[in-house]
Write a protein that binds this ligand. Structure first.
Ligand SMILES: [Zn+2]
Length: 408
């Protein structure tokens, strides 16, 4: 064979190149292929060799990887076979292209790899493919790789929610806390969601769960207790601070309503100052905050209380946490406010999950931290209104690594 040949680039099993057309400016090339008749065709459905050719002369145009600067199209003749095994007229199997597809497998693989780096729209533009084709290719590879849930070796979990539409549409994320791997994602954030997660686990795997981090969210608590009664539930610190932030906000609004006109001016716009971490405020903002706190005793106490919540998560000794909790509640009792009283009641009810933090210093903040990345994926993928696709993309983005081995 001559050294100058394109054949090595199109070395598809059981196919023969029978023609080649390069368009004048080499912007595109057409390669004509047909099955090598020395081999018996096989059925694409069951993979069995077929004895009878049902019909000839079918043609399909299939996009392949570019060669140099040329867009390459394969013009493929193929046959239909009569398959005795699955009893029907079937398209013959082609080694380089899945049945019914308009791109070769190697191009599909390239699309999948690019989709790890770029949004679907950009991949589509780069390769001059339809965005829907690109998304479908990406999704089908993702399904092969990530659709099945890998429950092996799980010991410490974190559950959290992602809001797709605030107040309307939620997804639940299950994270392997020790590796940072997104183990599973499910629709909604209710009882059925977690039941679906646990349904895939063996009794032994469930018994292997030592601790679970989450928000104080009844459906999660309830289902973890049901499926993994031995697991220690740990309530996430940032969610607790967030819940307390709502108390501050309610009090602030109430105080503003009752304030004299002059004081109103000071209180106005103080929400941000009160809820933000002090370290993140500018010098001007800090002095404004000081003004607000000097003016209003209740807000001042709440502000200190917010700061003191940290102590509940500071100790690694349960007795010390218990004492810090008592101190905190005693301080909160000084303030006569109904939303604060409700918060204290809840805190006492959920104290077990704060005490457990002494044994398992875990939280869902790892998930909060990845939220930005998830938002990016959402922008890229959710435009397709395909939640399954979005969930697969998130799993792909967080494969986990051996990060932590805190607990033995
Ligand atoms: Zn068959």
């Amino acid at each position: 064979m001559s050294g100058l040949s394109i054949a090595p680039y199109f070395d598809f099993a059981r196919m023969k190149i029978i023609g080649q057309t390069v368009h004048e400016d080499a912007a595109s090339a057409l390669i004509q292929l047909r099955p090598d008749e020395r081999y018996r065709p096989t059925c694409h459905v069951c993979g069995q060799p077929a004895a009878t050719v049902h019909s000839q002369g079918h043609r399909r145009l299939i996009r392949d990887l570019n060669v140099a600067a040329s867009e390459v199209w394969l013009h493929v003749d193929y046959r239909k076979v009569w398959c005795a095994a699955c009893e029907g007229a079937r398209v013959e199997q082609m080694s380089f292209c899945a049945a019914g597809k308009r791109v070769t497998q190697r191009l599909a693989r390239y699309v999948y790899d690019l989709c790890k780096l770029l949004p679907v729209s950009q991949v589509a533009e780069h390769l001059d493919l339809d965005p829907k084709t690109v998304k479908d290719i990406d999704k089908s590879f993702l399904e092969q790789e990530f659709a099945a849930t890998d429950y092996t070796g799980l010991r410490v979990l974190a559950f959290d929610e992602i809001a797709l539409k605030k107040g309307h549409r939620y997804l639940t994320v299950a994270l392997d806390w020790l590796t940072g791997r997104v183990v599973w994602m499910g629709k909604n954030r209710d009882k059925d969601t977690l039941d679906a997660f646990f349904a895939g686990m063996t009794a032994e795997q469930k018994a292997g769960i030592e601790a679970v981090a989450m928000d104080m969210w009844e459906p999660y608590i309830n289902r973890v207790r049901h499926h993994c009664p031995q697991a220690k539930i740990v309530f996430d610190f940032f969610h607790l601070v967030q819940a307390f932030g709502q108390v501050i906000d309610e009090v602030r609004r109430e105080e503003y309503r009752q304030a004299e006109a002059q004081d109103k001016a000071v209180l106005k716009g103080s929400r941000f100052l009160l809820l933000k971490n002090k370290e993140n405020l500018t010098t001007t903002q800090r002095s404004r905050l000081a003004e607000v706190l000097a003016l209003n005793q209740t807000l001042c106490t709440l502000y200190v209380l917010k700061d003191q919540l940290k102590l509940l998560y500071y100790y690694s000794d349960r007795d010390q946490v218990q004492r810090a909790l008592e101190d905190w509640c005693a301080m909160a009792a000084e303030v006569d406010d109904s939303s604060l009283r409700r918060f204290v009641k809840r805190l006492r009810e959920f104290a077990y999950g704060i005490l457990n933090h002494a044994d398992y210093p875990i939280g869902t903040s790892m998930l909060e931290g990845v939220n930005n990345k998830i938002k990016l994926i959402k922008r890229r993928a959710y435009g397709y209104h395909d939640e399954d696709y979005f969930m697969l993309k998130v799993k792909q983005a967080f494969p986990g690594k051996n990060l932590t081995n805190f607990f033995g």
